[in-house]
Design a protein around this ligand. Structure first.
Ligand SMILES: Cc1cc2nc3c(=O)[nH]c(=O)nc-3n(C[C@H](O)[C@H](O)[C@H](O)COP(=O)(O)OP(=O)(O)OC[C@H]3O[C@@H](n4cnc5c(N)ncnc54)[C@H](O)[C@@H]3O)c2cc1C
Length: 391
């Protein structure tokens, strides 16, 4: 098999890239190790920055998002039983975010790709990227029980944190920056209307909690739990009791309970692999960087990377100049590090580290008070949350 761009992974990064290339008249092949049902059901991100939503629309993949997604103009910060709303459009000159689940983004992009785009092979596992440093990189993969080779002009590793693409960059050329956190998120999906119409980020002495939603009828809620927690160890009523405690307010707000349909624990990690390019191999999305989910940035970074790659390749084809492809890693990393900083800040602002001292607790509250009382501090949060510019 031969193609211009070999894409490993059909998560949001790989699927959006395939769509952008198709629209630009550039052929690609997508290899995805899992089956379609698995990719379409994997519960993960839910917040699209304004720039990500705009890119999906421009790519012809925003029709259902605009019909079913929920535009959000703010979030609520909750601490010390008080509530503070951050008004995004008022602070950023009109920007907002879209609540539309990653599962739905993937479903829309898969349907488009199968209908209009190039090959998208499910249950096709990339085994290795070979000759990455040359003009003729190849992906060795296994599909339907046999091994095959995809010859490419470019390979883009969109295969997530556990993928194979990153391993093709020689260790001697690589620098890794990493931090793990001593806690994770116990996330639930529940068939109950959200108890608030915007996301609620709660800082509590017992730990962080997040109220989010997938639709007007389905809530998504998270609790900070110790690293390595078994989700099965939490009974449903225990989860609701704990959420209720952490969301407590001085007014008459209350949390609606409903049947829990899914439970899982997500570890928290910050990770950046530099560079994001080696020869004709490019890394995009979680293959190159991970952020803790507190800032809702992972999917949005993935979108930014593939937009940057697609623009650079179109520029190369139209002008013959490789300058944008050559600058890919630096261009993406500038945005990546801003998202790393913001995600780290939000995580340390809202989570209670094991063994946190009373001094540290007071500092957290002082930082939250500062956001609630200073337009400059609040604007900084709103600008970062609604998204850094692409490219
Ligand atoms: C609980 C949770 C909540 C989150 N909330 C948010 C949020 O609100 N906002 C946000 O922006 N981000 C959020 N994120 C992060 C976001 O989900 C990820 O950043 C996003 O999925 C990255 O997309 P990706 O395409 O780079 O990688 P992935 O989604 O991981 O996709 C990689 C794909 O590659 C495939 N693959 C792997 N290895 C191979 C191989 N060898 N061969 C072929 N295919 C392979 C995988 O099966 C997968 O389909 C959240 C994450 C979690 C876990």
């Amino acid at each position: 098999m031969r193609t211009t761009v070999g894409i490993i992974g059909a998560g949001p990064a790989g699927l959006l890239l395939a769509r952008l290339l198709h629209n630009a008249g550039i052929d690609s092949v997508v290899l995805e190790s899992r089956d379609r049902a698995y990719v379409e059901r994997r519960q993960r991100a839910g917040i699209l920055e304004q720039g990500t939503a705009d890119v999906l629309r421009a790519a012809g993949a925003g029709e259902r998002m605009d019909r079913e997604g929920l535009r959000h103009d703010g979030i609520e910060l909750r601490f010390d039983r008080t509530r503070h709303r951050v008004d995004f459009p008022g602070l950023t000159g009109g920007r907002s975010v879209m609540v539309y689940a990653q599962t739905e983004v993937c479903k829309d992009l898969i349907a488009l790709q199968l209908r209009e785009g190039g090959p998208l092979l499910f249950e096709a596992e990339a085994l290795a990227v070979e000759d990455a440093g040359t003009d003729t990189p190849r992906v060795r993969f296994r599909h339907e029980g046999r091994e095959d080779v995809l010859e490419c002009s470019y390979v883009v590793g969109c295969d997530g944190f556990w993928g194979v693409a990153r391993k093709a960059i020689p260790a001697g050329l690589t620098q890794v920056f990493e931090r793990t956190y001593p806690f994770g998120w116990l996330g639930i999906l529940a068939d109950v209307p959200p108890s608030h119409d915007e996301l609620v980020y709660a800082r509590h002495d017992r730990g962080f909690a997040l109220l989010s939603m997938r639709s007007p009828a389905v809530s998504r809620l998270y609790l900070q739990v110790p690293e390595g927690t078994d989700p099965g160890a939490w009974a449903d009523e225990e989860i609701w009791d704990e959420l209720e405690r952490r969301f407590e307010t001085a007014d008459d707000w209350y949390l609606q309970r409903g049947p829990i349909t899914q439970k899982s624990v997500t570890p928290m990690r910050s990770f950046v692999h530099e560079p994001m390019r080696h020869g004709r191999l490019f890394l995009a999305g979680d293959a190159a960087h991970i952020v803790p989910p507190t800032g809702a940035k992972g999917l949005n970074l993935a979108a930014g990377d593939v937009v940057t790659f697609a623009r650079a390749l179109v520029h190369r084809q139209e002008t013959g100049s490789p300058e944008l492809l050559d600058a890919y890693s630096q261009t993406c990393l500038r945005r990546v590090w801003q998202a790393e900083r913001f995600s780290y800040d939000m995580t340390t602002l809202l989570h209670r580290a094991p063994g946190a001292t009373p001094f540290e607790d007071r500092l957290q509250l002082a930082r939250l008070e500062r956001i609630a009382s200073s337009r400059a501090a609040e604007t900084d949060l709103a600008e970062a949350y609604t998204g850094f510019p692409f490219g």
